[in-house]
Design a protein around this ligand. Structure first.
Ligand SMILES: [Zn+2]
Ligand SMILES: [Zn+2]
Length: 306
């Protein structure tokens, strides 16, 4: 928004409106340059009038509608096939862990390995999220589409709730398939499968947990809300902090149990400094947030899908 530039506009018209969206305050202002209207006002005087609703469809609202209607939010059969294969490899791993535990009568170790897998999946989700939030671009090999997707997510956070299930999970499901399938084929250890099955399952579903963290309480299944409130799944309030300035915390999206430790100890800031001094690369959070990091609209619920 450039309020000052309004003073340089031609003064031919009686009134010139410019609608400005101020994302950080989430309010609309209408800036007007008044020249010859009565009662007489000072020429070139800038008047800012608050409006709770924009007087005309805004660029942000138009953009929001475009995003909601974006066909790229829909699942394809390819997406569904990758999610099915990811789920299959995870279920085979869990079944092997269970079968091994039954045969060997060892229950505690596989269960503990599963718990460790659940805890470390949250850490892995945070490290991965921090990496793609801060480094690379849409043209980066392998991760480019994920990087682009997360940048879009920061601009339109609520669209994740409109993204269909398989569309949201297919990228991680593909990675899980390629990682877990070989382990399924060569390993029969119930403890290893306890860890692998739970960890890979949580990582694959982390994008669903993430989507639920953007949901409204009244629209989420009661079980999901209960798990969020218990801290078993990442909570809505915790993840909301990730989408507020300074946009460099609360990266973990499975349970969120690592977020407080990582943020208090400034672990990611330390990694960013190391990468900068060793490789000369700057994380996006140092030069942003800019408009690509800020919410362009607060809620989709007021927008009609057309
Ligand atoms: Zn992010
Ligand atoms: Zn998010």
């Amino acid at each position: 928004m450039s309020i000052l530039s309004q003073n340089k506009l031609p003064l031919g018209s009686q009134r010139h409106f410019h609608t400005c969206h101020v994302p950080s305050f989430r309010t609309w202002v209408q800036c007007s340059v008044t020249t010859t209207t009565k009662p007489k006002r000072e020429p070139h005087r800038l008047v800012i009038e608050p409006h709770s609703v924009p007087p005309t469809p805004s660029l942000a609202t138009d953009g929001a509608r475009r995003v909601i209607n974006d066909p790229s939010l829909l699942s394809t059969w390819s997406h569904r096939a990758w999610v099915a294969s990811g789920c299959t490899t995870v279920l085979i791993s869990l079944a092997k862990s269970l079968a091994g535990a039954v045969n060997s009568h060892i229950w505690l170790e596989p269960a503990l390995a599963g718990l460790v897998g659940y805890i470390l999946a949250d850490l892995a989700s945070g490290v991965y999220h921090w990496g793609i939030d801060n480094y690379g671009s849409a043209s980066t090999p392998i991760f480019g589409s994920q990087i682009e997707g997360f940048q879009g997510h920061h601009k339109w956070p609520w669209t994740i709730t409109r993204r269909q299930f398989a569309n949201n999970l297919h990228a991680l499901a593909r990675a899980v398939t390629f990682t877990v399938l070989p382990i399924d084929l060569i390993c029969n250890d119930p403890i290893i499968h306890g860890f692998v099955g739970v960890c890979s399952g949580c990582i694959m579903f982390s994008q669903q947990f993430h989507a639920w963290a953007h949901g409204t309480k009244s629209r989420l299944p009661p079980l999901v809300v209960a798990l969020q409130d218990l801290g078993i799944l990442v909570s809505r309030s915790q993840h909301a902090a990730h989408h507020r300035p300074p946009y460099n915390n609360n990266y973990c999206i499975v349970s969120g149990i690592w977020n407080e430790f990582l943020d208090k100890q400034m672990v990611f800031e330390a990694l960013e400094m190391i990468l900068f001094f060793k490789l000369g690369v700057r994380p996006r959070t140092w030069s942003e947030p800019d408009m690509d990091w800020t919410e362009a609209a607060e809620t989709p619920s007021q927008l009609t899908v057309s």
